[in-house]
Design a protein around this ligand. Sequence first.
Ligand code: SAM
Length: 494
Amino acid sequence: MPYGFARGSCWTGGTPWFTMNWNMVGRKKTVKSKYPVNGKNNAAGGVINKVIDLEVLRLTSEGMAVGYYEGKATFVPGLLPGEIGQVQIVEVKKNWQRGKLLGILKASADRVKPPCSVFSVCGGCQLQHLKYEQTLAWKKQWVADALVRIGKIPLDSVTIQPTIGMDDPWRYRNKARLHYGEQGILGYYQEKSKATVPFADCLLISEEMNRWVREAEELLGKGDRKSFPQLTSMTFRENSRGEGMLILDSLPDTFLADVSWPVAQKLGEWVGPGKEWKGAEPAKEAGAGLRWVWGINSSGEPERIAGQGDFTEDVLGGEFKISPLAFLQVNLTQTRRLYSTVLDWAELSTEKVAWDLYCGIGTITLALASKAKKVWGIEENPYAVADARENARRNGINNAEFIAGKVEDTFRQIIDRPDIVVLDPPRAGAHKRVLDRLLELGPDQIIYVSCDPGTLARDLEILQSGGYRVAEVQPVDMFPWTVHVECVVTLEQA
Ligand SMILES: C[S@@+](CC[C@H](N)C(=O)[O-])C[C@H]1O[C@@H](n2cnc3c(N)ncnc32)[C@H](O)[C@@H]1O
């Protein structure tokens, strides 16, 4: 799914740092090691159920505490560096073992009480037990470790800035994906599990979005869900004006063919009609509140169920239309800081051509276009490309051109050589063909935006081996209280 609540770990996570190698952030080999849940294997020299005292040295990239017991790396959730915990061993492997925390014997001065009542079971946040400033320091360190260990980039050759944090790091998410649990209750998934965690108030989303979740449960869950049992999950999005969009996943074809008319009518009454539903109430006045309901049909296409007009967001002074399946960064406050860093670092002039690869709805593209001679954007999601073209029109930009398709398959359609390339790939990083092409073309500057330090470092090593120098790295806390971190990196010809 191209949208959803950022769950659990980054994809390099789960593997202890000491066993990480290039392949583990490579393109072919998928890392499956995710601390298996049953602990039957004790053929590796450890003792299942043994209770030990463990001193924690550091956190893994998944936020898991790690210390050594009799020379064996031991992983435990819930502890912090410097702490000593009483731990029961639940799984033993040749090189590592996993434990369950029984109690904290020595607490860190950086420990805080997690404000969320379901923090210990929900897979959404991993760091609510650590002081916010320390989470920022830990994220900078995680980026530095990845650059050194995976990217082979000497730390004395690059400036890594402190992580840009938030003044108020709560209720920042503009999107949440919920799953049905027992009795039609909506919740997030638990860490590494499909079991749902119901919640009364998720502190990462607005109070308003929390209310929509509860209303959706009433309308679509507890009562009417049996009219469309295939509906297993849904996504809410909210813009900075407090307007909301609900996207229902995997609708049975019959839903859109009116069989579930009572449900559709309820949705129409909730947000105002979109389709010409029989007997629907007139559309509500525009304004804050849930305004749109879309369904994803069995072909994976979005269909409007209720609400009129477009879901839009204001980014750096521009107005952007966002289709239900198009990507938008989940934290608008930090997105503005991220994009401002890109714009500050981009050495652009009206003589220069820029490429914006993996451009989404064209947010970065259009910001670059106002300073450049011409900007080319490439994006594979057809709905996002249509939005990008519409967004250029709405914002009066006529020097940006968009290509629909995978970057690795379409970059040769761009007829202008770039002076500067911005790339913002998904978590898996850039395709090797894309990096090779950049090395062939040799733009003066490459700005790499990434949400995964592991794949970022892997790709930076390739660019560095091909003649670029990593000049500066700016981590941005796009996902407070989680182990995720966003980075902007500028590279110049060595
Ligand atoms: C991290 S988002 C960045 C989007 C945009 N730069 C922004 O800030 O909103 C990555 C984008 O790359 C797109 N994408 C993923 N794989 C792609 C590929 N191989 N070629 C082109 N676009 C791709 C996704 O659809 C998504 O819109």
